[in-house]
Design a protein around this ligand. Structure first.
Ligand code: NIG
Ligand code: FE
Length: 418
């Protein structure tokens, strides 16, 4: 298998053999940076890295590709731990409605929003859905993404939810990205169950979950716990059923209101609680001392003009923070992690290093791929970004809207180069 040597690297971010599983509190501002370094890849794994002066060479030079990264940084490829990247159609008309003054929640109550996406996805055939999603997710590689979590939740019938999850399964095989899948049947109540919530919960528990389990279609289970969507009690019933199939929760909570969904998700061993635009001290205290990753989605705050998550308060409370794009056609139609970093720094006052930790080590943890992704560690997958030549790492969030990535390497192969 091919070998790659990257030499004269200005800075290697997030490298180490004894990094914590995730960084929290003050640790979040530690970059574990090696200046003037080298990194060697053997096959699909990181073989060695260190300071240039410690480069010991390799004995077998056959098939070795050498990249001179003078003035450039090397980082772990970004891990995007929360997306809805499989969908049938974009929703520009709702964007215009919001520009004219309607809110996201008002549009949803009129039958738009998630139900709008569900109608379109139910009509689209599986192959088309797959082809579109493959193209859409491949483009993320150009911006440095190396791993993504993708949710179902635009199906809302057994047939369409299974279709979505099968598409995600096919993407796992066809894409160079590392992909994890999440069952989000509890994204919205389908219109036919508007007056019969229990009927839909029963459908998910008795029909969808057993089939999903049988085909091995989901790694996690999610629920949109929010006013006008799922109550805490409804979420608990679903998470309890998911637990029987060993589905760990990663849930949508506290987007518009505080319903104590965080405490409830923690009881079920949630890997992450996501959104958190609305948070109070009780929620922050509940997360302390747990291994649950609070995940902020500033792209959604930006696009819907809702509050940004209180990253500073969480970090001050010694919590970890992960960041994800929430890539979806309604509340965050961009999967660009670099723009996310700009928002995190400019709007939530995270330092560039904190934000970079939040999209590498911490988001890898949030999607349970820490063993193989999220840091530059010997034996982990060679999923890496080489930046353009730049003065400092802070250039990535600083130059918002630009693409600082020059090369993306996934599984030891150069899959994108400017
Ligand atoms: O994370 N809030 C729930 N789900 C998505 C939005 C889905 C949509 O509008 O299509 C989110 O923001
Ligand atoms: Fe989401």
């Amino acid at each position: 298998m091919a070998k790659i040597l990257i030499k004269n690297i200005k800075g290697i971010f997030q490298s180490g053999e004894s990094l914590p599983t995730y960084k929290k509190g003050k640790q979040m501002d530690e970059g574990n940076l090696i200046e003037n370094g080298f990194l060697a890849i053997d096959g699909d794994e990181i073989m060695s890295y260190g300071k240039m002066e410690d480069w010991g060479g390799i004995t077998d030079w056959r098939d070795l590709e050498v990249i001179d990264a003078e003035g450039k940084f090397v980082l772990p490829a970004f891990c995007d731990s929360h997306t809805h990247a499989v969908f049938a159609a974009t929703r520009e008309e709702e964007f215009e409605d919001r520009i004219k003054g309607l809110t996201y929640e008002e549009i949803a109550l009129k039958g738009g929003g998630i139900l709008n996406s569900a109608r379109k996805l139910q009509e689209m055939d599986e192959d088309q859905l797959f082809e579109d999603a493959l193209k859409r997710t491949n483009r993320l590689i150009e911006y440095g993404t190396g791993a993504i979590e993708i949710k179902s939740g635009y199906g809302l019938t057994t047939e369409a939810e299974l279709k979505m999850l099968r598409v995600i399964k096919r993407l796992k095989e066809a894409s160079p990205l590392k992909i994890k899948s999440t069952f989000l049947g509890a994204h919205a109540f389908p219109p036919e169950y508007k007056e019969n919530h229990q009927g839909y919960i029963d459908l998910m528990i008795n029909e969808m979950l057993p089939k999903i389990h049988e085909e091995g279609l989901a790694d996690f289970i999610d629920c949109f716990c929010e006013r006008n969507y799922f109550t805490v009690a409804e979420m608990e019933e679903l998470l309890a059923a998911g637990a029987k199939y060993n589905l760990v929760p990663k849930v949508h909570v506290n987007q518009f209101s505080i319903m104590r969904g965080i405490e409830s998700a923690l009881k079920f061993g949630a890997r992450s609680v996501d959104h958190l635009e609305e948070m109070d001290t009780q929620d922050i205290n509940a997360l302390k001392g747990t291994d649950c990753m609070p995940t902020l989605l500033p792209g959604c705050s930006f696009f819907l003009s809702i509050p940004y998550g209180k990253a500073r308060e969480m970090i001050a409370a010694d919590l970890p923070v992960a960041l994800a794009t929430d890539f979806n056609p309604g509340s965050a139609p961009s999967g660009n992690v670099q723009f996310l970093l700009s928002l995190a720094c400019a709007k939530m006052k995270m330092t560039p290093i904190e934000a970079l930790n939040a999209v590498t080590l911490n988001s890898a943890y949030a999607m349970d791929i820490s063993e193989s992704h999220g840091s530059i560690t010997v034996g982990k997958k060679a999923n890496l970004i080489i930046t353009e030549s730049m003065t400092a790492l802070a250039r990535i969030p600083y130059s918002f809207g630009e693409n600082a990535v020059e090369t993306t390497i996934l599984n030891g192969e150069i899959v994108y180069s400017k």
